[in-house]
Design a protein around this ligand. Structure first.
Ligand code: GAP
Length: 448
């Protein structure tokens, strides 16, 4: 593989060719920043999300799951600070009126922008006479709120304003009291949620890495204010376990301690977990100490007491929060990029996806050696039914010759191809071919 960009292009092309990911609304010319998952992308995404749910909700005693509404009362976003501060810096090309995110524009032009305020960014543009990618002058830096605004109900006025949620976290905070009142959990405990989030990104880019509609998997972990560090460290370790579970090589994941000036408005400590994507080292997920910022805001704005009472004592306080926040699309992109391989088999270039078996969208492909021999097809159907009952994600594949089927299954990351031939009719054994080694073995059907 010659360059990182080539690897990215190869993945994007494979994702489309093999039914993982398509441009959203492509048939009408597309809608920037939106992506549709095809049959295999849907299966892969589901496997990633199910694994997360199992690891962080189902398998733990200290976790509860919720599924809150995407549309929420506008007060949620006023209290959380999103209405006032969830904004990116924007400049406009004064000739074409095209808009750009300032930090991206400056970064692409080779400037260092980490930790700079809006004013600093403005100065940098003016002092360095930075132009738009079209060579035209730029406007002053303005802020642009990234929330998608809408109105709920038939009347469009101030009181009907709502937003598509920009993070799933707030649907957890607003249900904190409900969960405590129903389940009486001891601290520390957490609430997990998976679901869509929406951000009107100024410049969505890099395939599914930065989109306008994406999916998050978030935990808000409620702790005693003096014990936040313990839980922060516990989640730090769990994040590493997660990266391993989805097959990311340890050396491709990096922790970045985010300096105070770059942290979100609610955070007292943040570690970004970055991954070496083909587009460069970028944020995969975040781990933040959100203090009592959110529950405190709810108490202030909604006027509801958010205290947690420690059982058997008089101690009462607003719990503090540790938040590991995972993006599904970024996890999926990291999984695809870690799995992507090129090699040579019998003098021919081969592309394959070396997914961990538990994430592979298809576990087995079953083929009759020849599709015009009814006795082979009938036997292959029998094997297919047995495997499908056992593993679910099993594909029937009788298109083209065996070599072509293997190539196709390699490209979608199917760990095993099972072929039924004339010997099968005699001795009930089949050929099973391994995706990674391309080795073929004969095994009895009963042992599959
Ligand atoms: N509740 C905290 C929160 O939302 P964030 O760092 O803004 O924190 C968390 O987002 C994660 O969501 C990111 O690490 C990333 O994986 C994912 N994410 C954020 N914006 C995204 C976008 N525009 N496209 C795809 N994924 C995104």
């Amino acid at each position: 593989m010659a360059s990182k960009n080539e690897k990215m292009e190869a993945i994007v092309s494979l994702a489309k060719r093999r039914g993982f990911i398509y441009q959203g609304s492509e048939i009408y010319g597309g809608l920037s920043g939106t992506w549709d998952f095809g049959p295999l992308g849907t299966a892969l995404k589901r496997n990633i999300m199910d694994l997360w749910w199992k690891m962080f909700v189902e398998d733990r005693e200290d976790m509860y799951g919720v599924d809150a509404a995407i549309l929420m009362n506008q007060k949620v976003w006023q209290a959380s600070g999103h209405v006032d501060t969830f904004a990116d810096p924007l400049v406009e090309d004064l000739v074409t009126n095209q808009r750009y995110r300032v930090d991206h524009l400056l970064k692409d032009a080779g400037f260092k922008v980490d930790g700079l305020s809006f004013d600093d960014l403005n100065k940098m543009i003016i002092e360095n006479k930075v132009k738009s990618p079209n060579g035209n002058s730029l406007s002053e830096v303005r802020t642009f709120n990234m929330m998608f605004k809408t109105n709920v109900g038939p009347v469009s006025d101030e009181s009907s304003i709502s937003y598509l949620r920009p993070e799933t976290a707030q649907g957890i905070f607003t249900n904190f009291k409900n969960v405590v009142d129903c389940f009486y959990p001891d601290l520390p405990f957490g609430i997990g949620q998976q679901g869509k989030a929406f951000r009107n990104e100024i410049s969505p880019r890099d395939f599914i890495f930065r989109s306008r509609e994406f999916e998050q998997m978030e935990v808000e972990y409620f702790v005693h204010p003096e014990k936040w560090e313990e839980s922060f460290e516990m989640w730090r370790k769990l994040v590493w376990d997660w990266c391993e579970a989805i097959g990311l090589p340890k050396e491709s994941v990096h922790e970045l301690e985010v300096p105070a000036e770059d942290r979100a408005h609610y955070s007292k400590r943040t570690i970004d977990f970055e991954f070496d994507f083909p587009i460069g080292r970028e944020e995969l997920l975040g781990l933040a100490y959100r203090t009592d910022f959110d529950l405190g805001n709810i108490q202030r704005v909604a006027g509801k007491n958010m205290d947690y009472s420690v059982k058997g004592t008089n101690e009462k306080f607003i719990p503090h929060v540790i938040e590991p926040s995972f993006g599904v699309e970024r996890a999926l992109m990291a999984v695809m990029s870690s799995a992507y391989r090129e090699d040579e088999v019998n003098g021919e270039k081969r592309i394959y996806l070396k997914f961990p078996e538990h994430l592979a969208p298809i576990k087995f492909a079953v083929s009759p050696l020849l599709k015009n021999k009814p006795e082979l097809v009938a036997k292959a159907r029998e094997v297919f039914t047995i495997l499908k009952k056992k593993h679910g994600a099993v594909m029937w594949d009788d298109n083209g010759n065996i070599g072509k089927r293997y190539r196709r299954q390699d490209e979608i990351g199917t760990p095993y191809c099972v072929v039924i031939d004339f010997d099968t009719l005699e001795d009930n054994t089949v050929t099973i071919r391994d995706r990674d080694t391309t080795e073929q073995k004969r095994v009895p059907i009963a042992e599959l």
